[in-house]
Ligand binder design. Structure first.
Ligand code: ADP
Ligand code: MG
Length: 332
């Protein structure tokens, strides 16, 4: 097991700089998620940790070793990709043990490690099957098994669940979290999905255009986003952002209120008209056009009997207004 430290890490592809000096410490045993929109540099950063991309500037340490110049095979990490690329002609057991076989490990040791990984991943009954006889989720578990048998000091996952359907994603998300709890090995997990980040991470790193916007626990990012980017990226539906007279009243260039922090009821300070409504049963989502012309989303618990055209008053909950300056940074 090993922590991972990045210092002033820069990546250029030719003239184009895509990572702009990232400093980051991932503790030994931590589950760290890199999250951000497509193209922000998540995969590039992960591939630099794995040694699959050269580091243009700065340094990368794994455990107490500087691995900036080390080959991928010398870094002691194992990577799991979105496309799991199993060998179709090999069984599950052969797929999992193939890497160890290539590096000359004795058969008895390979069998023992494959059996142990299969037990952890609940693949015991599938060891003799070929990949074509597996579901997408089972194939992804085999790909993870391939990583486990190598006993890496850190696991690196690049959007491993993106190819799975929504229901399977939820199940695999929980399995990977349980895997981390039983192995207690450092894991770095890349996703563009903030729900995956929120539900899986000990530590989230929010990336945007090759820079770190904020590092923190899921609830730190939810309750105390340091800037408008993080405020908008973490949480679903998105935080409402108002920059007119309401913001000025609070001494800010912009204020933000999450949809779940707007109460509907008589006497609220904001008046508006209900537009689109979504009745999910457990929750009701409402678009409300305020009399100022600004549109906000409201998330109410349960089934709320409001419909298009109804007049409502809204009250932001006490202490739930986020204030931002003209530079987009949160005000104290
Ligand atoms: P993400 O994984 O967050 O979607 P990537 O790390 O794949 O983003 O890409 C970050 C940026 O680097 C993008 O602008 C992408 O086009 C660019 N990039 C990635 N790989 C290469 C490459 N091999 N050559 C040139 N540009 C690249
Ligand atoms: Mg990527």
């Amino acid at each position: 097991m090993s922590g991972v430290t990045l210092q002033k890490v820069v990546k250029r592809f030719g003239e184009a700089q895509v990572i702009h000096g990232v400093d980051l410490t991932i503790e030994d045993g931590e589950f760290c998620v890199f999250v951000g929109p497509s193209g922000c540099g998540k995969s590039t950063l992960l591939r630099m940790v794995a040694g699959l991309e050269e580091t243009s500037e700065g340094s990368i340490r794994i455990g107490n070793r500087d691995v900036t110049q080390a080959d991928p095979s010398e870094r002691g990490v194992a990577m799991v990709f979105q496309t799991y690329a199993l060998y179709p002609h090999m069984t599950v057991a052969e797929n999992m043990g193939f890497g160890l076989k290539m590096t000359g490990h004795p058969k008895a040791e390979i069998d023992r490690k494959v059996a142990e990984a299969a037990r952890i991943l609940k693949l015991d009954d599938l060891l003799a099957r070929k990949p074509k006889a597996l579901s997408g989720g089972q194939r992804q578990r085999v790909a993870i098994g391939r990583a486990i048998v190598r006993e890496p000091s850190a696991f690196l996952f690049d959007e491993p669940l993106s190819n799975l359907d929504a229901a399977l994603r939820v199940g695999m998300r929980q399995e990977i979290t349980e895997l981390h709890q039983s192995l207690k090995t450092t894991m770095i997990y890349v996703t563009h999905d903030q729900v995956e980040a929120m539900t899986m991470a000990d530590k989230i790193v929010v990336l945007n255009a090759g820079r770190v916007e904020q590092v923190g626990s899921p609830l730190e990012l939810y309750h105390r986003p340091q800037n408008l980017f993080v405020a908008g990226f973490i949480g679903s539906p998105k935080m409402n952002v108002l920059d007119g007279a309401e913001a000025a009243k609070h001494g800010a260039a912009t204020i933000g209120v999450r949809p779940e922090h707007l109460d509907i009821g008589a006497g609220g300070p904001w008046q508006g008209t209900v537009g689109l409504t979504e009745h999910l049963g457990s929750d009701t989502f409402l678009k409300v056009t305020l009399d100022s012309g600004e549109v906000v989303t409201v998330r109410a618990n349960g089934d709320v009997a409001l419909h298009h055209g109804d007049r409502v008053s809204l009250a932001p909950q006490v202490g739930k207004i986020h204030r931002f300056g003209a530079d987009g940074k949160a005000l104290a």
